[in-house]
Design a protein around this ligand. Structure first.
Ligand SMILES: Nc1ncnc2c1ncn2[C@@H]1O[C@H](COP(=O)(O)OP(=O)(O)O)[C@@H](O)[C@H]1O
Ligand SMILES: [Mg+2]
Length: 458
């Protein structure tokens, strides 16, 4: 586990935070505890000092004197500590009138700031805690200094600090353990997710993270990733199928062309026979060219999303004009009823292609003597364009399939009269690229097909 991993950082930051918190808390506790001990000691020193003052002049001569004994102070746990007593009596001018023998040599020099104070003092090589109280008026002594060694007090605080440090070490060790476990638990599934991502990037589209336990967010991430891989796999499969279909579609006219040419070249032919062979070869080349054009159109439709505006009336009028001959040939009338000045967000050439693809299909399926109707109606934000014929229609269950590339429902008419099978696929791509869509109207009454294009008003 290195510091660079999420796991390492989590564990490190958690245990560091805990260590700092415990250290600050423990330190504050020890400081306040030692202050309390000191206050307790000061109070007990003052009480002793007051009784010392009362007995300092109990001799018949009223001369101030001190008692050489020990001082009993209660410890932290209520026990009684017998401490060496350091006491001195000072006259008004600072002279030492009396002192206990615990001071090796002279008692410390008088300092006027001591009066009524509690303070630390160093005397006879030992740190002391002292209080000074004023004497009564009956003697020449003015102040009593009473002190005890700090040693036991400091030792108690030191003991507590040691215990706190030991607790700190245990707490940090525990926290590191818990943090490491927690971090591992939190990030466990990330490994599985990373592994799956690597497998996918190496080309294995069957890889999935699968169900993971743990944290909700990471579970959602795993689910998202699995869905993304599934979609990706679907796209790749579609793409493969498309390429293989396209190759198949290319092969048919190529095979036919090759057959024609080989047959024509096998032996000398008459001029008419050559003409016939060339005509058939020409038809094959035309269908190859149409396929190439449509493949290119499909590829471009997916990438080009022009931000242009087209006049619906212009596009339909041009298509009607363009397909008039084809309609006449089949005795089908093509009409367009579009409101004046209606515009949509569409590249004009693309819109023309969309209308032409739908109209060509309709013309091909419309019975002789019928009419193919192109209509357009504006809505608040969209325009609905419809192309309607009275042909045999499209079975409901095929309504979506016909928009897939190379899907043709009437195989009998496949390659001669029909198109490349890419018309509706191109139409859908163009519509979607322009922010709209094209669908087959499933609620149309009566026979025939009605294709509906939804576009954004321009
Ligand atoms: N107006 C229509 N009436 C009946 N079937 C249709 C109509 N338009 C399209 N189809 C069906 O959808 C299929 C796909 O259409 P399309 O993608 O334009 O390819 P193509 O026109 O080259 O056959 C057609 O082969 C046909 O079976
Ligand atoms: Mg078509």
């Amino acid at each position: 586990m290195t510091a660079g991993t999420l796991r390492g950082r989590l564990a490190l930051s958690l245990s560091l935070t805990l260590a700092v918190t415990v250290m600050l808390g423990g330190g504050a506790l020890i400081v306040s505890q030692s202050r309390a001990l000191e206050r307790q000691l000061d109070a007990s020193l003052r009480a002793h000092a007051r009784s010392e003052i009362e007995t300092a002049t109990d001799r018949p001569d009223h001369l101030a004197h001190l008692h050489n004994d020990t001082l009993d102070v209660s410890g932290t746990r209520g026990e009684t500590l017998s401490l060496a007593k350091y006491a001195a009596l000072y006259a008004g001018d600072g002279r030492v009138l009396a002192q206990t023998s615990t001071f090796d040599r002279r008692a410390p020099r008088w300092n006027p700031r001591w009066m009524n104070a509690a303070f630390d003092l160093r005397a006879s090589g030992a740190p002391l805690r002292a209080v000074v109280l004023p004497m009564g008026a009956q003697t020449e002594a003015r102040a009593l200094l009473l002190a005890v060694p700090r040693g036991p007090l400091d030792a108690t605080v030191r003991d507590q600090a040691l215990i706190a440090a030991a607790l700190l070490a245990v707490a940090v060790a525990l926290a590191t353990g818990v943090a490491t476990w927690l971090a591992r638990w939190l990030t466990r599934d990330l490994d599985a997710i990373a592994r799956t991502a690597r497998e996918v990037s190496h080309g294995d589209l069957d890889a999935r993270v699968g169900v993971v336990g743990g944290v909700a967010e990471i579970r959602a991430l795993a689910l998202d990733l699995d869905q993304m891989i599934a979609r990706l796999a679907g796209l790749v499969a579609t793409q493969r199928r498309f390429v293989s279909d396209a190759a198949h579609e290319l092969r048919a006219p190529l095979t036919s062309l090759r057959g024609e040419l080989e047959l024509a070249l096998r032996r000398p032919r008459t001029a008419d026979e050559y003409r016939e062979a060339l005509t058939r070869a020409h038809a094959d080349v035309l269908s190859l060219a149409a396929l190439a054009d449509d493949l290119l159109a499909l590829a471009r439709a997916r990438t080009d999303a022009a931000n242009a505006t087209a006049r619906v009336g212009d596009a339909t009028a041009r298509v009607v004009e363009l397909l008039r001959a084809a309609g006449d040939e089949r005795n089908v009338t093509l009409t367009a009823a579009v409101p004046e000045g209606l515009t949509v967000r569409f590249a004009p050439r693309d819109l023309e292609r969309v209308v032409r693809n739908l109209a060509e299909n309709a013309l091909r399926h419309a019975p002789a003597g019928s009419t193919v109707r192109i209509t357009a109606e504006p809505h608040e934000r969209s325009v609905i364009l419809a192309v309607e014929d009275d042909g045999e229609g499209v079975p409901v269950e095929q309504a979506e399939r016909i928009f897939e590339p190379f899907v043709r429902l009437d195989p009998a008419r496949q390659r001669d009269a029909g198109g490349t099978g890419l018309g509706l696929a191109i139409t859908r791509e163009l519509c979607r690229a322009a922010g709209g869509d094209v669908t087959l109207d499933l609620h149309r009454e009566g026979a025939g097909a009605r294709f509906v294009v939804r576009m954004m008003r321009g």
